[in-house]
Design a protein around this ligand. Sequence first.
Ligand SMILES: [Fe+2]
Length: 302
Amino acid sequence: MNKLSSGHGYSRRASIKCGVASAILWPSCLTATAAAREELSFVVVTDTHLGYRDKDSAAKLWQKTAAEINQSPGEFVLHLGDIVDGGREEQYPIYLESRQLIKKPVHEIGGNHDPDDLFQKYIRTELSTVVDGGWLRSLLVNNARRDSHDGFLSAEQLKWLETQCEQAERDDCFINICMHVPAHPNRHPDRGWYVKPENGKNEFEDLLRRFQHRIVAVMHGHFHNGIRGWNDRHGVHEICFPSALYNLNRGLEEKSAPGFNPLEFRAGYTLVTIRDGAMKLQYKPTGADLSVAKEWQFGKAI
Ligand SMILES: [Fe+2]
């Protein structure tokens, strides 16, 4: 348990060893007693954008990615939005066909490219839902809109989140909040897309503060920047996950942007493993040679 930290310090280490590109995070809510919970692993995939540029390359890559996810040890899969590109309805059945390759539960949220009515027609009738995976309860909220890159949390959604956090506390579950668009403020050299003050920023931050002892992470897609994250709000790790279609290196490390952005930008998915108070993110580029490995560590007190 000596790896645990309640501090919000930032530290960084890069090393080469066998394995795959990975980041190790220490959620401050996983205290010594909480960390005794059993190991948990799941897959996060996002931004598949089927139909991108009216080509079938995204669908082919998704088929390959889905087959690899099926072989991964994760117990369930979270898809964090932008299932199809530009609301292309004909792509949803294609997405679902490859999704069948994954013989474990898959739970999606909509992104700004997924119209609500099509999401409800093809994926699930509820836009927001709760997913229990062992002791971790994932709260999936659709905070994206088709006409904006920003995130939006309505009073109703914030109330739903608050109610779910209270319930998770009563049920002694830890919490993982998932929504397509990041809540964490960011600006140049980042994208500048987030939940702005007029769209629920302060209320959400208040939720993070109130339930910081329960919230393991806040997870997003949307950025296409590999693994991009911060942990400067109440010790909670807020993470954007790599797109399964394409990622761009925006040079955030060289430009000393706040937070972290490990230098891996291939298309892929992420295996999340939580054990002994540490949350390991293993970035799995689809179809890539995994012989090169890097490891980064974030959020551990120095
Ligand atoms: Fe998006």
